[in-house]
Design a protein around this ligand. Structure first.
Ligand SMILES: [Zn+2]
Length: 102
């Protein structure tokens, strides 16, 4: 298990990140969002959130790992900009797909 937080402003449009995550993790999205703990039901949906390891916070960004993992769209939109450090959550290791060197 890893404690993570939302990466700030790292999202880009090279991939549909939830599809990238599904393809590279080989997993199904969980029933509940790991960030807010709520069931994810329409019109909310899972997206591929970019996260960093809390244990690496404070290190130079170039040396930190960057991962994609599913969270609900509400959480991703809530935290990925100015509030990226407000919420930390726990993710199983095999739900983290490393995109550091993409
Ligand atoms: Zn959520």
């Amino acid at each position: 298990m890893q404690l993570v937080y939302h990466a700030k402003n790292s999202t880009d449009d090279r991939y549909v990140w939830i599809d990238y995550w599904t393809e590279h993790s080989g997993k199904e999205v969980p029933e509940n969002c790991p960030c807010c703990g709520e069931p994810v039901e329409a019109p909310n949906s899972f997206v591929g959130a970019h996260v960093r390891l809390s244990k690496e916070f404070g290190q130079p960004q170039e040396t930190q790992h960057l991962f994609v993992t599913p969270t609900c769209n509400d959480c991703n939109n809530k935290y990925k900009y100015t509030h990226h450090r407000d919420e930390q959550f726990v993710v199983e290791d095999d739900y983290l797909v490393d995109i550091t060197h993409l």
